[in-house]
Structure formats: structure tokens, C-alpha cells
Design a protein around this ligand. Structure first.
Ligand code: SF4
Ligand code: SF4
Length: 297
């Protein structure tokens, strides 16, 4: 069993309880315009270029056997021509080119996550993220099965857009589900993210009915999710499913803009993080809707 990953984070503190190791899997069924990890959206590996590291020497253009690169104010990668041979990456003196995504076995994935097991303590463990971790659900379930077998606490960050068989496989091996509900309105969900949310809500209800440990999270994105109507609607809905549900609002983090610049794409979200006063206003809405367990970052 193999899967395609694009990163491993050690000593993570925001991907579940305690100190954790997080494995990032490639591929996602949604297309959130504000995605913090656009390098994880596509399943297939790709060549990643960081303009900030580039010396403008032109070596990569000269060595590419496919003529996939051109140099102007920056290097442009013609992705349909690139065959990911790695020659430019090896020859780049600035470290500006990087192969994003590699195929590994589930056992290698578990070994990467368990390197720091001695530091996990009572609350820490391993987390799968992405992309969407369940996009490669058979690989994800096998990685977590191996981690559980080794005695580690397991968690998954997911948008829950996954088939029923994936949910059942993950329920068997996952201690904590950190799930995103971004819009309650199916039309808004479809318009902004490329798919409606019926399966997501069904899967959330399945987790609650199975008494799984669930934390619901909503990223507060200006111009998209960060409206009173949306947050009030989500709060009312999740409380109707589970009156003891835990709910966390994630403030917008604009740091990923440089990643979009690297992809030569515009980032559609303007402005910065929400102010403390704006966050407090959203927390007040959660209280009004009866959310008992509000998790603050
Ligand atoms: S990875 Fe190979 S094909 Fe792709 S741009 Fe670099 S040298 Fe060219
Ligand atoms: S080889 Fe590296 S440093 Fe030189 S132009 Fe290409 S990306 Fe930039």
C-alpha cells in the first residue's frame, strides 16, 4: 500500500492534543480559494518554485531536457511539459526548485510519524492532514492502523467529503476527528468550494452517532465564511446534532499568499487576520447559539 505525501511536520501543536507529528497527504476534492496548502491540492507530484530563493542564474533553463522552463523576471514552469526528472532541482544553486510530492509505503509513513514518539507524552500523537487526508483513504487508514499498533494516539484533519467505506475505515483507527465545516448553505458551498456539503454533513452525523471524538472547525475567511449568518447557521446545526459538540473558529492566516505568488496565481482573499474584537463578536454568536465548548486558538 503506497500513498503520495508532500510534507511532514514534527512537534506540531495545532493539529490535535499535545505534541504531534503530522503527515500531509496530497490530493483534495474541494477547491477552497483560500487554501493554506495549495501545493497539496493535486494528487500528482509537481515542481515547486520559490521566487524568494532564486538567484536568476538561468542554470535550470539550460539543463531542462524538456524545455519546460523559461526565465524572465522569474522562472516560469510550463507544467504540461515538465516530466519531473529532477535535473533542474539538483542543479539549482539557490534551492529554489523542489519536487513537491513523493510516493511512500504506509509503513514508511508510519515510521516517519513515529520517529518522535518518545516526545508525545500522554496527550500527543500522530495526525494526518493534507490536502485532504481521506482523498487517499486506504493509505491513510493503513498508516494510522500501524501507528495505533505501535501505541500512538491518532488524529485526522478532514473536510469529510469522503465515501462511506472511507469513513468506516477511518473510524476503526482514528482517536480524534478534527473536521472542517466551512459553509452551511449547500449552494454557497458549491459556489465557492466546487462541491455541495450534503455528504460532509451526513458524515459528520455519522461520526456523532458513532460517538467519535469530534472537534468542528471553521476557518474565518473575510468575504467568504466570516459572516454572522454562516457562523450562526453552522453553530445552530452542529448543536442540533450534538449538544456537547466542541467548536473552534480559526482566524484567517494570510501568510500563504507567497505560495500563490510561487504558483503565478492571484490570491483572492484581501486583508489580514480578524481583530480581537471581531473574534469576540463571533464567540458571542456561538454562545447565543448554545455552544457549550468553544475552543479558542
Ligand atoms: S523537473 Fe526535469 S522536466 Fe521538469 S522542469 Fe526540471 S529539468 Fe525540466
Ligand atoms: S537554477 Fe535555481 S537559482 Fe538559477 S534561475 Fe533556476 S531556479 Fe533560479
Amino acid at each position: 500500500m503506497t500513498g503520495i505525501i508532500f510534507d511532514v511536520k514534527r512537534f506540531a501543536v495545532h493539529d490535535g492534543g499535545g505534541l504531534r507529528s503530522t503527515l500531509f497527504l496530497k490530493g483534495c476534492p474541494l477547491r477552497c480559494p483560500w487554501c493554506q496548502n495549495p501545493e497539496g491540492m493535486e494528487l500528482r507530484p509537481s515542481l515547486w518554485y520559490s521566487p524568494g530563493e532564486c538567484l536568476g542564474c538561468g542554470t535550470c533553463v539550460a539543463v531542462c531536457p524538456e524545455n519546460a522552463l523559461t526565465l524572465g523576471e522569474r522562472v516560469h514552469v510550463e507544467r504540461t511539459k515538465c516530466v519531473l526528472c529532477g535535473i533542474c532541482e539538483d542543479r539549482c544553486p539557490g534551492g529554489a526548485l523542489q519536487h513537491m510530492g513523493r510516493e511512500i509505503s504506509a509503513r514508511e509513513g508510519a515510521e516517519l510519524l513515529l520517529r518522535d514518539k518518545v516526545f508525545f507524552g500522554e496527550r500527543g500523537g500522530v495526525t494526518l492532514s493534507g490536502g485532504e487526508a481521506m482523498f487517499q483513504w486506504e493509505f491513510a487508514a493503513e498508516v494510522l492502523r500501524l501507528c495505533k499498533e505501535a501505541g500512538a494516539d491518532t488524529a485526522i484533519e478532514s473536510c469529510l467529503l469522503a465515501p462511506r467505506e472511507a469513513m468506516e475505515a477511518m473510524l476503526a483507527v482514528t482517536d480524534h476527528f478534527l473536521i472542517d465545516i466551512k459553509f452551511l448553505d449547500p449552494e454557497l458551498h458549491r459556489k465557492h468550494l466546487g462541491a455541495d456539503n450534503r455528504i460532509i454533513l451526513q458524515n459528520f452525523e455519522l461520526l456523532v452517532s458513532q460517538k467519535a471524538d469530534v472537534l468542528v472547525r471553521t476557518p474565518l475567511i473575510p468575504g467568504y465564511t466570516a459572516t454572522e449568518e454562516n457562523i450562526r447557521g453552522i453553530a445552530r446545526y452542529i448543536r442540533s446534532v450534538d449538544e456537547d459538540i466542541r467548536y473552534e473558529l480559526l482566524n484567517f492566516n494570510p501568510l500563504c499568499r507567497s505560495k500563490y505568488a510561487a504558483l503565478e496565481e492571484d490570491y483572492p482573499v484581501g486583508g489580514g487576520a480578524l481583530s480581537q474584537k471581531e473574534m469576540e463578536n463571533f464567540y458571542r454568536i456561538l454562545q447565543e447559539e448554545g455552544i457549550k465548548h468553544i475552543i479558542k486558538e
